[in-house]
Design a protein around this ligand. Sequence first.
Ligand SMILES: NC(=O)C1=CN([C@@H]2O[C@H](COP(=O)(O)OP(=O)(O)OC[C@H]3O[C@@H](n4cnc5c(N)ncnc54)[C@H](OP(=O)(O)O)[C@@H]3O)[C@@H](O)[C@H]2O)C=CC1
Ligand SMILES: CC(=O)C(=O)O
Ligand SMILES: [Mg+2]
Length: 617
Amino acid sequence: MLKNPALKTVHAASQRYITRQVRSYSRRALTTLAFPDLRLETTVQTTTKHGMDVIHDPLLSKGTAFSIAERERLGIRGLVPPRTQEMDKQLQRIMRNLRQSKTPLEKFVFMTALQDRNETLYYRLLIDNLEELSQIIYTPTVGEACLRFHSIYRRARGMYFSTLDRGQMAAMIHNWPHDQVDVIVVTDGSRVLGLGDLGANGMQIPIGKLSLYVAGGGIRPTSILPVVLDVGTNNEALLNDPLYLGMGHRRLEGDEYYSFVDEWVHAIHTRYPHALIQFEDFKYPHAYNLLNKYKEKYCCFNDDIQSTSAVALAGVLASLKARGKSIDTLNEERIICVGAGSAGVGVCEGIIDCMVEQGKVKTREEAYSKIWMLDQYGLLGNSLLQDNDGARSAPIGLGDRSNLDERQLSYLKKDMKDRMSLEEVVKAVKPTVILGLSGSPGVFTEGAIRAMAANVEKPCIFPLSNPTHQSECTAEQAFEWTDGRAIFASGSPFKDVEYKGKIRKVNQINNAMSFPGLGLGITVSRASRVTGKMFLETAVTIASMASEDQLKQGILFPGVGALRQVSKEVATRVCEIAHDEGLARAPMRPGTSLRNEIEESMWVPEYVPTIRIDGHI
Ligand SMILES: NC(=O)C1=CN([C@@H]2O[C@H](COP(=O)(O)OP(=O)(O)OC[C@H]3O[C@@H](n4cnc5c(N)ncnc54)[C@H](OP(=O)(O)O)[C@@H]3O)[C@@H](O)[C@H]2O)C=CC1
Ligand SMILES: CC(=O)C(=O)O
Ligand SMILES: [Mg+2]
């Protein structure tokens, strides 16, 4: 029996809390407590765990930072070194050790180990050094980590649903230890960055993306779920590698594939009906087919198609301002897109939507006429004109345009020869913007970029493929070939370039700038769907974030280092749209602005007092 009334209150609150959060073991509860190390009305985290189990739980662990009182009540006195060290000292030690790692991959392994030990510290470190460390846990290093996943694998994280699990998924999903999941990133590993089919090795991508959701979008680390759908792989090297961790058969295709994904989507929806599902790195056309199948039914989107389109559109709109033009003159642009896959088509659809929305084109067809698209064979043009070009054309049969689908055919230029090279198209079109979404390094040739620079004062050169070594050209090349006049943005980070004694600014256009804010807005509003308007307005919001001075220097919007600030703005706008479109399922909090609500809901990694509930009290 508890005699102390204060403890009784805590106990009752804890029991109510536990009842609400069945199986949750590390939630924070706002309650008034009477423990000596706790302030009144402080946020605490509760656990039923004890001793080593607390120390080894990355969501609970504070390493050396447990207070004496916590050590006492959690049964860890003597299990950690005696001196209690605050987080700032831990960060110093971690940063010093991290900097001793020689290669980016070593740093990746180091960061993963930290995440597996102490998530609070991991996210604090990440937020404080977002620009530097996003290059480790995200592109470019995450690409290398995916290639070597089966070699560097240490500890489980996320969930795998494989062909062994058909018929079991609705039960399996209950193995995940958290009752509240807000954001799920799922891949089938079929097109990982520009690295091709990496099968189950693709797991690092959902893990990395979700780290950015937490660090950049303030989503709680307990509310994220990384998933791989292991439907096999067609990557021969992995199939033949005895250390490969995924299913050792070729990919499911056709109906088998779609019914596998369907079972998973339904299983997720059964347990987590409010969760946002982000489809990631699915190959074309699966990416589009799944999006079209589920977007009206569930709260989901495809990152490569839609959030890439938001951030690329933001880049183009901001570049208009940087060129002294108004953003509603998008229809005056001439845009070449190299790459006709998920990202290329997705980005161009976003641009078309924006042109139509701005009302300066009479028809959607007119908007399509402003964009020239190339695939691996060259321009999507008129194959009937092909015969006139004896010199360069691909062998008959190669690149047969009957393979193009309706989405791609919309860009086909009937008055231009099929499969023209990039340089030929540039000379014919005189583009203002060139986008690279081909996953093919070096396809922005010197000839093409010099030809572009000969016709426009500030050529916008955006090689957006990832990771860095898949980029269509480097930043140095872009500035050299344009005599320093380029407005440059790449998918993976490049350093600013010194050209002719002046620093030329480099931008990063990566969907990482858009999805954390989008996910935060969806989570706070509990929107039931993700809509086209949300992406369009995400673009406009991001495009409005650079100052006049930054635009003059060629900076299009803040970099990854300012991701939390960008996410706040994006999330606020997304929330407004969710309410306007009648999709929000969470009511607006009375007496506070949406922006405040967003800000207050963003998780901040800090140590809060841990109390043990259950038999201990
Ligand atoms: N910066 C960012 O935020 C993002 C960047 N990306 C990057 O975009 C790239 C493509 O992704 P995604 O669209 O999903 O991939 P897909 O495989 O769906 O599409 C790739 C496209 O590029 C074309 N292509 C391949 N080689 C060449 C070449 N030499 N010249 C011209 N076109 C070529 C392919 O042509 P064909 O159809 O003939 O094979 C295909 O149309 C990846 O590198 C990815 O990392 C993706 C999402 C976000
Ligand atoms: C950034 C990203 O999503 C990609 O390259 O696929
Ligand atoms: Mg992707």
